[in-house]
Design a protein around this ligand. Structure first.
Ligand code: G3P
Length: 218
């Protein structure tokens, strides 16, 4: 399973990158706005740190301008994956751009039928927002299972990029289902690392080590 960081905060991206476990980054206009920095500056910073797919979102709403923006974004750097919303106009844009060989992350997916259309249009990634579905009492993880099944049934190459992840169980269940990518906030990445029994176990081991005078590794 690939791990992407779902943030535009360069400090978090640097820290996660130092772990050596981050394969890419996803951003959206809200995440960029939180940094207080202009879009191009944020994009430049992220591209310098992470050598993997970096999702940058278009802001146009009609097909021709989405295509124009996505082409510009894809020329910034080989790692840029333009992000296009899953609207009627967005599907048309994905069809054109994928035919040109530009990898697109189709975002704001909330149903399996939307995901099916996106795969048919040739998206490289589909981003189902599972936390936002959970928020309105729909089962976000069931959507991941449905999409994985449909894509496997027909051999679609589109990768399932689980987005709007809120906690470690989202990552665990999506991994069991065989989703290709999980994009998560920095906080969730940290939650995946930490376990109280690891901390307690380590403390006990080190105390026992100190009980024997003259103990040394080499
Ligand atoms: O990348 C977009 C997505 O992950 C948004 O998450 O927490 O705003 O629902 P959230």
């Amino acid at each position: 399973m690939k791990f992407f960081l779902d943030t535009a905060d360069i400090k978090e991206i640097r820290e996660a990158h130092d772990l050596g476990l981050i394969d890419g980054v996803t951003t959206n206009p809200s995440l960029v706005a939180k940094t207080g920095k202009p879009f191009h500056k944020v994009a430049e910073e992220i591209l310098k740190v992470v050598d993997g797919p970096i999702s940058l979102e278009v802001v146009a709403r009609d097909t021709s301008h989405m295509i124009k923006e996505a082409r510009i974004l894809s020329k910034i750097h080989k790692n840029v994956v333009p992000k296009i919303p899953l609207t009627r106009e967005g599907l048309k844009a994905v069809k054109v751009l994928s035919t040109e060989g530009i990898s697109i992350n189709q975002t704001l997916c909330f149903s399996a039928t939307q995901a099916l259309l996106s795969a048919k249009a040739g998206a490289a990634y589909i981003s189902p927002f599972i936390g936002r579905l959970d928020d309105i009492s729909h089962d976000g993880l069931q959507l991941i299972q449905d999409i994985v099944t449909i894509y496997q049934n027909y051999g679609f190459q589109t990768e399932v990029l689980v987005a709007s992840i809120r906690h470690p169980l989202h990552v665990l269940e999506a991994a069991k289902m065989g989703a290709h990518v999980a994009t998560m906030p920095f906080k969730v990445l940290e939650q995946l690392i930490n376990h109280p029994l690891t901390d307690m176990g380590l403390e006990k081991f080190l105390k026992d080590w100190e009980k024997v005078p003259g103990n040394k590794i080499v």
